[in-house]
Design a protein around this ligand. Structure first.
Ligand code: IPM
Ligand code: MG
Length: 354
């Protein structure tokens, strides 16, 4: 199969972790006789520095031509502490989501046996926890009308959703639930927000088409509590943009390290695969960042963008093997730790040999 991918390393640790994922992707494509082409593009703070735009047209055109996009991380502290900065790296990410139509962000939450002790939650609560958060990514308060009034002293952001946007994400969520344990939790704040009442109304209609899937409705505040208290009760969770942003960060602590969680953003034009963590500028260039979330994002790329399930699985197996052997970076090591590139080398070699 021909795999044509765009690679956007971004800022901070982005280039180092992407390098490991590319190493793994090359090994897998060689082993399974796929033809791989990949082209690098600029995005984030480094794109602002070079061309004044965090998501340049050239990068957008590259993504549009690609079957999948592998993304590192963006963000630079020099922008964080300056709320008046006219252009920010995060705008590049939001522009990319909107322009590529990346309407669904898929974040699997899975625990790893060898790392259960790293989680702040007790072992018996999280052992075998395995659920997927599906976050709507191109609507809601992130993209609604925003502004200032009263000489800048009043500010507003609008949470807006259309029926079509809600239907599209719910149908995708039901498809996920159908392939998994047939339970969908729709998270909203329908006791307060009108937009949430539309979500619930649409969900109740669509649920009728999926009689063998158990639909559960949950207010977001309650969901925030239940994710931590009973993570094993969830199978697929679907929610709007901002609730999903918050709940997925919360869910990530279950696994013990933010450095482990991959994500896929399913799009109309192409799909983007990226770790859920940020650019971790303090570690940039030190060869210490955990590459696993990015390597698992590559596994998701094989599975979701190319429907190459065996290829995805061998990457997952290699990652589990590296963790059981203790070939891990300092953030999750017990004693001896390995460099970013050493973990990437080990995983690639394991794939070659297995
Ligand atoms: C995420 C991030 C982004 C978001 C930021 C960087 C704009 O937190 O992908 O979850 O809020 O969506
Ligand atoms: Mg976030």
């Amino acid at each position: 199969m021909k795999l044509n991918i765009a690679v956007l390393p971004g800022d901070g640790i982005g280039p180092e972790i992407i390098e490991q994922a590319i190493k793994v992707i090359k090994t897998v494509t060689k082993k399974f006789n796929h033809e791989l082409t990949y082209v690098y593009g600029l995005t984030g703070a480094c794109a602002i520095d070079k061309v004044g735009n965090p998501y340049p047209d050239e990068t957008h055109n590259l993504c549009m031509k690609s079957d999948a996009v592998l993304f590192g991380a963006i963000g630079d502290p020099k922008f964080d502490n300056n709320p008046k900065s006219p252009v920010r790296p995060e705008q590049g990410l939001l522009a990319m989501r909107k322009k590529l139509g990346l309407y669904a962000n898929i974040r699997p939450v899975e625990t790893f046996e060898s790392l259960l002790h790293k989680s702040p939650l007790r072992r018996e609560l999280i052992e075998d926890a395995n659920f997927v958060c599906i976050r709507e990514l191109t609507g809601g308060i992130y993209f609604g009308e925003k502004g200032r009034k009263d000489n800048g002293n009043t500010a507003f952001d609008t949470n807006i959703y259309t029926r079509e946007e809600i239907e599209r994400i719910l149908v995708l969520a039901y498809q996920f639930a159908a392939k998994r344990n047939k339970k969908l939790t729709v998270v909203d704040k329908a006791n307060v927000l009108e937009s949430s009442r539309l979500w619930r109304e649409v969900a109740q209609e669509i649920a009728l088409n999926y009689p063998d899937i158990k639909t559960e409705y949950m207010f977001v505040d309650n969901a925030a509590m239940q994710i931590i208290q009973w993570p094993k009760n969830f199978d697929v969770m679907v929610t709007e943009n901002m609730f999903g942003d918050i709940l997925t960060d919360e869910a990530s602590v279950i696994t013990g390290s933010l450095g482990l969680l991959p994500s896929a953003s399913i799009g109309i034009h192409t799909s983007v695969f990226e770790p859920i963590h940020g650019s971790y500028p303090q570690a940039a260039g030190k060869n210490i960042a955990n590459p696993i979330a990015t390597i698992l994002s590559a596994a998701m790329m094989f599975e979701y963008a190319f429907d190459l399930i065996t290829e995805g699985k061998i990457i997952r197996d290699a990652v589990v093997a590296s963790m059981s052997e203790g070939v891990v970076t300092v953030d999750i090591a017990e004693g001896e730790s390995y460099k970013t590139s050493e973990v990437g080398d080990w995983i690639a070699k394991w794939i070659e040999e297995n």
